[in-house]
Design a protein around this ligand. Structure first.
Ligand code: DGY
Length: 320
């Protein structure tokens, strides 16, 4: 009988996912209280044929060098900027990811952040809890309109399209910026434009592009200065696409007027200047955090590993 390959699961996942993997692998994993990192990760990965990782794990040359038997890395995330794809390719290591299963949940969070930042939900809730509410006035906590406004979506892929679809219910005009025209743009009533034009014309801007060398600091001081006073910037994509220090500076000047952020340059550390601002809503990378989306992501990563173990085609390999 063929020996079962050895798998390390670097993070805590649902028990049913482990049960799905168990018949196919010799398992070391399902870390219960923390993600594996540093020397411990290198040591435990060293004799593994397969790795199940998450967005917080760095799969870099040092890790790959430490794992001479490694054949496959399955990440339970749609983003794969934490994996050195070129180094995996050079070593013949397959990489899989989880597109599709988290699209709607992540689009929901983009909307939650947009609404919360535009209507100052976090700031007003803190104020109420602190006991400051003693009267009602016409000019109290005025926010920005979302309905009827112009929404700019930077990155019209699966998640961008799901965000645009929701914008219809709010009677919004939708602009988008993409390297290539989106096939579904006409159906979504979305109009393609250059980045600077989008930033200057949109009342609110949502970032949904992948993190690559080209998108690093795509939104810096110059781009933020193009945004309308009082506008809202939402980042549910990846840290590093926005220059967080420049954003904190820009938020102080009211251009943009507010931000909703789920991702940060140096996760899990958040730029201290952002923590000090009332006009930014901060969430800890929870875009996909519903049970169905997270279970879908973990199961799809496991499906890829099982397919590999059974020598079947991988369901969702990272496009080469
Ligand atoms: C993803 O899947 O890339 C989400 O950001 C969760 O990590």
């Amino acid at each position: 009988m063929k020996e079962r390959p050895k798998l390390l699961v670097t993070c805590r996942v649902f028990p049913e996912v482990i049960e799905h993997l168990r018949p196919h692998f010799v398992l070391d994993g399902n870390a219960t209280d923390r993600a594996l990192a540093g020397d411990e990760l290198l040591r435990r990965a060293a004799d593994r044929d397969a790795l199940f990782v998450a967005a917080g794990d760095r799969v870099d040359r040092a890790l790959l060098d430490a794992c001479p038997r490694l054949k496959i890395v399955a990440t339970g995330s749609v983003g794969y900027n934490h994996i050195d794809i070129d180094a995996c390719r050079a070593r013949g290591v397959a990489v899989t990811y989880t597109p599709g299963v988290l699209t709607e949940a992540t689009a929901d969070l983009a909307w939650a952040l947009l609404m919360a930042a535009a209507r100052r939900l976090a700031e007003t809730e803190r104020w109420l809890r602190e006991g400051h509410w003693n009267t009602w006035t016409f000019d109290q906590f005025l926010g920005a309109d979302v309905h009827g406004a112009t929404l700019g979506i930077i990155g019209m892929g699966r998640i961008g399209s799901a965000i645009a679809r929701r914008a219809r219910g709010f009677d919004m005009r939708v602009l988008y910026h993409n390297r290539t025209p989106a096939a579904n743009a006409a159906d979504l009533g979305a109009q393609r434009c250059a980045l600077d034009e989008l930033l200057a014309s949109a009342d609110h801007v949502v970032l949904v592009v992948p993190a690559t060398a080209q998108t690093h600091h795509l939104i810096g001081a110059r781009e933020l200065a193009l945004m309308k006073p009082g506008s809202v910037l939402v980042n549910i994509a990846r840290g590093g696409i926005v220059d967080d220090a420049a954003l904190a500076q820009a938020l102080r000047s009211g251009r943009p007027g507010a931000a909703g952020l789920d991702v940060y340059e140096n996760e899990p550390h958040v730029h201290p200047a952002l923590l000090d601002l009332p006009n930014v809503v901060l969430t800890p990378h929870i875009g996909s955090a519903t049970r169905s989306a997270r279970l879908g992501m973990a199961m799809l990563a496991a499906d890829n590993l099982v397919a590999w173990a059974e020598e079947r085609p991988l369901p969702t390999p990272v496009p080469l």
